[in-house]
Design a protein. Structure first.
Length: 241
């Protein structure tokens, strides 16, 4: 197996999910006592969140790039950035780390293409929904998808739930119903499915519990990373296991 570098802590709640999914994916394939060979750097999220809010993306990129370089020195052969939002500076982090980065939008886009959909909604942080350079442009250009985002009021609610609740381990039925309302409104505008485009949203919504297609970027990203570690061929039509 190849050794994967996991750059997380943004937030640690979703990084814990990545850790579980990566190990489960390897164990399911290889059996016995096998687990994922990982090198992990987990940041203090508070200063990163402050940089995000202040638009100081270069400072965040420098910090995360240095940590990525440390993962390379520790023996990582590839890199997973365990957050959608910070993919805004993915190219800078990848260059600083000197490691190939497995982009979250590529894993997500492949699953949507495999499902035969062409128009999807996107839920995520305000940054991810409003700044097309984070994942939307890549989904459009590489996967040929039309991507819809919620209107301003819905974006504000989705964002607040992520930072005020999910990143702090708080999951409420009221927020779940609010998200389902946002999804219904995206579907009414023509979305054939919706991307859970923040790594914490799967703590609130389980795609297996909903008939409407929901694409969990966390699970899809982790599945792609497991395939990479095991040198499995990429199967765009393969569903996460």
């Amino acid at each position: 197996m190849k050794t994967l570098g996991l750059l997380g802590g943004m937030s640690w709640e979703s990084t814990a999910v990545y850790y579980r999914l990566l190990n489960q994916g390897v164990s399911r394939r290889l059996g016995g006592l096998h687990s994922a060979p990982l090198r992990i750097a987990s940041v203090d999220f508070a200063p990163v969140a402050q940089w995000q809010s202040a638009g100081q993306w270069a400072a965040a990129a420098q910090h995360l790039g240095a940590l990525g370089s440390g993962l390379w020195r520790a023996g990582a052969q590839g890199l997973v950035l365990a957050t959608n939002t910070m993919h805004k500076v993915a190219d800078t982090i990848e260059a600083a780390a000197g490691l190939p980065l497995l982009h979250i939008a590529d894993a997500t886009g492949a699953a949507i293409r495999a499902a035969g959909l062409s128009c999807v909604g996107l839920l995520g942080t305000r940054f991810t929904m409003e700044d097309s350079t984070i994942v939307i442009d890549r989904l459009r250009q590489r996967s040929g998808l039309e991507v819809l985002v919620p209107p301003a009021a819905d974006r504000a609610r989705v964002h607040a739930v992520i930072y005020d609740e999910l990143c702090r381990g708080v999951v409420t039925e009221a927020s779940r119903q609010a998200y389902l309302g946002v999804i219904d409104r995206l579907a009414a505008r023509g979305a054939q499915g919706v991307i859970l485009g923040c790594t914490e949203i799967s703590l609130l919504l389980d795609p297996l519990q909903h008939a409407f297609p929901l694409f969990d970027s966390t699970a899809l990203h982790a599945e792609a990373a497991v395939r990479w570690m095991l040198d499995e061929p990429t199967h765009p039509d393969r569903k996460p296991t």
